[in-house]
Design a protein around this ligand. Structure first.
Ligand code: COA
Length: 285
């Protein structure tokens, strides 16, 4: 499928989705929200996609919500404003959070306002040290609205969320890593290579185990202890069915035969996964 605001590139099981409005610093207009919704739906069932990387074209990762096409031009069109806002919240929030495949935000430059929710929605985030982050909303007399306040509450320490949210000061990729908003900051020149190394490492792991890892963490955040334990045992039983018991027979089995040490290396390094990677079914989102 061809998109107007996105580029999709598939290589070695990793699909890169590039926000492609470089002249507008990849600000998210209503069209981009529609297309991201469609693209994530397409990649969900795409057997060539085991990992999704989201990045931006040109000097910017994403300059946040489109201040003209969304906030200004839809002011007198409440239905269109509501629809764009709903899609915007949904793909960065529930869709990414419960996405059946690993997701990585690769922050190559400017990352403002609403773009924080893309970073938070992705499982992992790697930025250029030179990238510029900012909760700029207060600078134009707004606040981190839509899904952004919830993203801050989910991922940032309270002191950092209020510091950057109230002061609106920009910070760089190194700082973003220091405060735990992202996993890693690397020089811009190495960003693509470092991110692809991580993405390929994930693409070679068992997709069902990765999905269970994500679901176990994400859902446990909102469950009681008893419900989380019950969910976890149910997930374990589900994994046995999905993989035909491969984690026990192959994963543990090959360790017990002395073939590898799972504490130090992955089973895929000694043997390609025997399970079909394709059918990672959708549960929600
Ligand atoms: N919404 C709509 N348009 C945006 C935009 C946004 N969030 N961010 C940038 N643009 C547009 C500019 O209006 C300009 O369009 P034009 O060429 O038609 O005039 C174009 O992108 C380039 O922007 P410019 O400011 O000239 O580029 P820059 O590289 O000097 O600065 C930014 C880039 C991102 C620092 C600056 O554009 C900016 O501060 N944008 C607002 C970011 C923001 O507050 N986002 C939060 C939204 S929730």
């Amino acid at each position: 499928m061809a998109y107007e605001t996105l580029l999709l590139d598939r290589q070695d099981g990793v699909t890169t989705v590039t926000l492609n409005r470089p002249n507008k610093r990849n600000a998210m207009n209503p069209k981009l929200h529609e297309e991201m919704t469609a693209a994530l739906e397409e990649l969900r069932y795409d057997h060539a996609t085991r990992v999704v990387v989201i990045t931006g074209a040109g000097t910017s990762f994403c300059a946040g919500m489109d201040l003209k096409e969304y906030f200004t031009e839809l002011k007198s069109k409440p239905d269109e404003f509501d629809r764009a806002g709903r899609l915007a919240v949904e793909w960065r929030g529930r869709t990414l959070r419960y996405y059946p495949k690993p997701t990585i935000a690769m922050i190559n430059g400017y990352c403002f306002g609403g773009a924080f929710s893309i970073v938070e929605g992705c499982d992992l985030a790697i930025a250029a040290e030179e990238a510029t982050f900012g909760l700029s909303e207060v600078n134009f007399k707004l606040f981190p609205g839509g899904s952004v306040s919830k993203s801050l509450a989910n991922l940032m320490r309270p002191r950092d969320a209020l510091w950057y949210g109230m002061l609106g000061r920009p910070f760089d990729g190194k700082k973003a890593a220091d405060i735990g908003f992202i996993n890693l900051a690397v020089p811009l020149a190495n960003l693509l290579e470092e991110t692809m190394n991580i993405a390929r490492e994930l693409a070679n792991k068992d997709p069902h185990a990765l999905r269970a890892t994500k679901d176990g963490f994400r859902h446990s955040l909102e469950m009681s202890w008893d419900a989380a334990i019950s969910y976890s045992f149910a997930k374990e039983a589900e994994l046995v069915l999905q993989q035909n018991d491969a984690w026990r027979t192959e994963g543990i089995g090959d360790f017990l035969k002395g073939k590898y040490k799972p504490g130090l290396e992955s089973h895929d390094q000694v043997q390609k996964p025997a399970t079909d990677p394709a059918p990672v079914s959708s549960e929600q989102g």
